[in-house]
Design a protein around this ligand. Sequence first.
Ligand code: FAD
Length: 444
Amino acid sequence: MRVRKIAIVGSGIVGLIAAHALRRHRYDVTLYSDRTPDQWLHESRPTGTAARFEMALSYERELGLNHWDAVAPRGEGVFLTFCPKLHNQLIRLIGRSARPFQAVDLRLQCHRWMNDFDGRIVIENVSVARLDEIARDHDLTIVAAGRADLCKLFPRDDARSTYTEPQRKLAMIITTGGAMSFDRCPFTPVKFEFLGTDGEAFFVPYFHKDHAPAWNILFEPKPGSRMDRFTNAKSGDEALSIAKQVVHELFPWDEEWMRPMRLADPNGWLTGSVTPAVRKPVATLSSGRIAMSLGDTAISYDPIAAQGANSGVKQARHVVEQIVARGGEPFDAQWMTSTFDAYFDEHARFAADFTNLFLEPIPPPAKELLIAQFGSDGRANNDSGPQRIADAFFANFNDPRALTGALHDMPRMRQFIARTTDRPWIASAIRGRAAVIRNQLFSR
Ligand SMILES: Cc1cc2nc3c(=O)[nH]c(=O)nc-3n(C[C@H](O)[C@H](O)[C@H](O)COP(=O)(O)OP(=O)(O)OC[C@H]3O[C@@H](n4cnc5c(N)ncnc54)[C@H](O)[C@@H]3O)c2cc1C
């Protein structure tokens, strides 16, 4: 059989993973990138934090792309503080992860993965007209260009998209100089500050391209809230100084720990927002030729539940498997659509629902989970029911199929609590509420 020619536009994490995977199957792959490996490393902003969990990381390992396992900080769980109102630390959840998560500077990663690539690389900012020529010259053209202009070629899928505008503002700042641990957590977690009135802050253990272990801090302000003040920041230093002021006012318990943190590098920050959207998988170009979407070009998630890169890697695995299964048959629009539909139905819809859960007021079943896990402390020898619930909650970031349904459905949540704690759900509900009230009284 003739070797099939596949073009991938975009050298972000998802395009590169698909490109490497297809080379493993000996396809003739050309990667189109608007930047060289050195431009990635020295001149680019990272497109996101891109913390990945085991299901995504295992694919990167299979492809031999896991170059940072020995050096990157091992994220071993979550340390979540839920404040319904300012300074009211109502509930803490400390969930452990069975396998570590990892966040490596995308600039370093894409630089290295481009250099590792043994297919053809063309450095070019691909226009719509060029995309048509590329589609002419290849059996399959995949657009993994993130949320850049080319994604507009793929119409929004109204039935699958929930929002028409961003639900949060975003500010990401990479810092060095902070201690990689803190009190009350027996491992290095993602520190998750949840303030119902204003938004969320995440401190993600991170491997920075120059400084190695670092904290990547992500703020998710609700528009118009007290946290919403990053929009006009002109530099990373300015964004960090706003961040410290926000922490001083909204999360003062983190102020001391955050004080030594300084900007890791002049490009190590971002501000903006994401309009969450699912797009149709097929773009029809002016000649009638077609291209297929992948990664953020296919689905843009708000980063609040860390699903974008994770979903993109899983989608890349799925698409590559379907390409191989297709044998010598044409990669037509019907194949593109059924390939995407299967991925969306089997996985992405759960990732999108899980993300939306954080963007909306917390539904009662999720509150029930937070109450039932009260008392989780993340210690290695803690095998209590509450700890198992906290661990299961964090595991849902890796595989959102597991718990997302129950987080919206009270009978299922109660069954989950009973199954996980080996006691009737009502016992956890009473114990948890009593503990929350006790904690509120004693913390005054
Ligand atoms: C602040 C923030 C934090 C995040 N945190 C997480 C997280 O913790 N976990 C998680 O899973 N996800 C997270 N995400 C989402 C994650 O970063 C993205 O889902 C992921 O980077 C998407 O990868 P991609 O390869 O699809 O697109 P991108 O990373 O956007 O890469 C696309 C690439 O295509 C190239 N390109 C674009 N247009 C062209 C063109 N015309 N010609 C040639 N090349 C082109 C660009 O160079 C770009 O690098 C976060 C996002 C943000 C904004």
